[in-house]
Design a protein. Structure first.
Length: 439
C-alpha cells in the first residue's frame, strides 16, 4: 500500500495541518490502494498565495513559450520512462482499463504557432487531467489543482516529475481533497451546505480563472461561484456524446467506433433494427473486468456512488418503457466486489425519456430512431436527445459520404464533432488573455 503523508504545495512537500489521511480505494475490489494527505482551507489559501507570488514575481510567466514547452516535454520524457508504472497506477485507482491509460500518457500535442499571448494568471483547476495542467502551464500561468482521492496517487507521482523537469518553485500545487470528491460526483453537491474547500478556492481573491472538469450539476455551482466574482471560467464536462448514424453509415465501422460506450445513438428508422442488432452484438461481447488486465475493454466505475447512479438510470429506463436488449442491473459474475456495471443497450427509446437526454456516466448505449435528417440534427442539438448546445457537448456523424457528414455536422450545436470516428474530447480552452493594443 502506498502512503503519502505530505502535500505538494508550490513545488515543496509539506506536512498538512490535519493528520488524517484520505483513503484511495480500488474500484475493482474496494480494497485500499493507498493513503494520501488531504488539503483543508488553510492549505488551499497557502497554495493560492504561493501561486500568486510565483505569477507576479517569479520567472515562469516571462519565460519564453518555447522554453516553457521544453520543460513540459521533459516531464513527458520522465513519464515515458515510467510509462507502464504510470498507466498501471492510473488504471488501478480510476478503473480506466490499461489499454486506454497507456495511450494517453503524453502531456503535449503539437502546440501550434508561437503567437504572443498574455497568460491569465493563477488558475484554480478542479478535477483537471495532467494534459489540462500542461495546457495551463504552457500558457504561462500558475496553477492550484484540487484532485479527487481516486486520482491522487497518479497526480502526486506527476508532482515529483514537475519539479525534476524544472518547473519553478511556486508554480504548481496539487491538493487531494474530499470536498473535491463531493463536488464532482454525478448529481454533485449543489446546495449551499456543500463542503467549503472548493468554494474557498474558487472565491479566493488571488485566483484569476477557474478550470473545472466534472459533471453538469457540479459545473453549475462552479460557474455560479465564479460568476459572483466575475472570474473567467472554463467547463470540461462529463457529457454523454451523441452519435448520428446517417442512412448509408457502415455498421462494420460504427460498432467498433462506439466500444467506449456511454453514448446515445440516433439511428434512421429505415435501418433501426439492423443498427440495434449490430450494436447488441458488440455490447454483449465486450470484455469486462480488472482494469489492469490487457484484455479488458470495460472496467469498473471510479466510485460506488457512480455505480449506483448508473444502475438507477438503467432501472429508470426500463421503467419508462425502453426495451432492454442486453445488460441490465445484474453485476457481472465474479466482479460483485467492485464498482462494475454490465454493458447495457436500450432500444425503443423515445426522445422524451430521461435516458434519452440525461447524461449517463457509465457503459450504456441508448438507440433513438429518427425519420429524416432534419429530425436527427434537431434531436442531436436539442435537449430531447443531446446536450442542448451547452458546454462540453460533443458527438460524431457516421456516413460513407464524408462530405455530406460534414454538412450535417454544420447544423449541430456541439463543441466538437467527429466524422466516422469515436467522439473526441472538446478543444483546448484558451488560458491566455486576448490583448488588443491601440495607439
Amino acid at each position: 500500500m502506498i502512503t503519502q503523508e505530505r502535500l505538494f504545495l508550490g513545488g515543496t512537500w509539506i506536512r498538512p495541518s490535519h493528520p488524517d489521511l484520505l483513503p484511495v480505494v480500488s474500484p475493482h475490489d474496494r480494497t485500499v490502494l493507498g493513503l494520501v494527505a488531504q488539503a483543508l482551507p488553510a492549505e488551499i489559501d497557502q497554495a493560492v498565495v504561493t501561486a500568486r507570488a510565483a505569477f507576479d514575481e517569479g520567472p515562469w510567466p516571462g519565460t519564453p513559450r518555447a522554453a516553457r514547452l521544453a520543460v513540459l516535454r521533459r516531464v513527458d520524457g520522465l513519464r515515458s520512462v515510467l510509462a507502464d508504472e504510470m498507466a498501471r497506477l492510473e488504471s488501478a485507482e480510476s478503473g480506466v482499463p490499461l489499454r486506454f491509460t497507456r495511450t494517453r500518457l503524453a502531456l503535449m500535442d503539437d502546440p501550434g504557432p508561437d503567437a504572443h499571448r498574455i497568460p491569465v494568471g493563477v488558475v484554480a483547476a478542479i478535477g483537471a487531467s495532467p494534459r489540462r495542467l500542461a495546457e495551463i502551464l504552457a500558457a504561462g500561468n500558475t496553477a492550484v489543482l484540487l484532485v479527487a482521492p481516486e486520482r491522487a496517487l497518479s497526480m502526486n507521482r506527476l508532482a515529483g516529475m514537475l519539479t525534476e523537469a524544472g518547473v519553478p518553485e511556486g508554480v504548481v500545487s496539487i491538493l487531494p481533497s474530499a470536498a473535491h470528491e463531493a463536488l464532482i460526483r454525478p448529481g454533485g453537491v449543489v446546495s449551499a451546505s456543500s463542503p467549503v474547500d472548493h468554494d474557498a478556492l474558487i472565491r479566493h481573491p488571488g485566483v484569476d480563472m477557474v478550470a473545472f472538469r466534472g459533471t453538469a450539476p457540479a459545473a453549475r455551482r462552479v460557474a455560479a461561484l465564479a460568476g459572483e466574482h466575475l472570474k473567467r471560467v472554463t467547463l470540461d464536462l462529463h457529457r454523454m456524446p451523441t452519435a448520428i448514424l446517417l442512412p448509408d453509415a457502415d455498421l462494420t465501422e460504427v460498432a467498433p467506433g462506439l466500444r467506449a460506450l456511454g453514448t446515445r445513438v440516433l439511428a434512421p428508422s429505415s435501418r433501426y433494427d439492423e443498427v440495434v442488432d449490430a450494436l447488441a452484438g458488440m455490447v454483449s461481447s465486450l470484455p469486462v473486468g480488472d482494469p489492469l488486465d490487457d484484455r479488458t475493454v470495460v472496467g469498473p466505475l471510479a466510485r460506488p456512488d457512480q455505480q449506483q447512479r448508473v444502475l438507477d438510470q438503467i432501472r429508470l429506463g426500463s421503467g419508462e418503457g425502453a426495451r432492454l436488449i442486453t445488460g441490465g442491473t445484474r453485476i457481472p459474475y465474479g466482479l460483485e466486489a467492485g464498482n462494475y456495471v454490465t454493458p447495457t443497450l436500450f432500444a425503443g427509446v423515445d426522445p422524451w425519456m430521461r435516458v434519452a437526454h440525461e447524461d449517463i456516466d457509465g457503459p450504456v448505449l441508448t438507440v433513438i430512431a429518427y425519420p429524416d435528417e432534419a429530425h436527427a440534427t434537431r434531436h442531436g442539438s436539442s435537449g430531447s436527445a443531446g446536450s442542448n448546445g451547452s458546454a462540453g457537448s460533443n458527438g460524431s456523424v457516421w456516413s460513407k459520404d464524408a462530405e455530406h457528414a460534414r454538412e450535417v455536422a454544420g447544423h449541430l450545436h456541439w463543441d466538437t464533432v467527429s466524422i466516422n470516428a469515436a467522439p473526441e474530447v472538446p478543444a483546448t480552452p484558451d488560458f491566455t488573455l486576448p490583448q488588443s493594443i491601440h495607439s
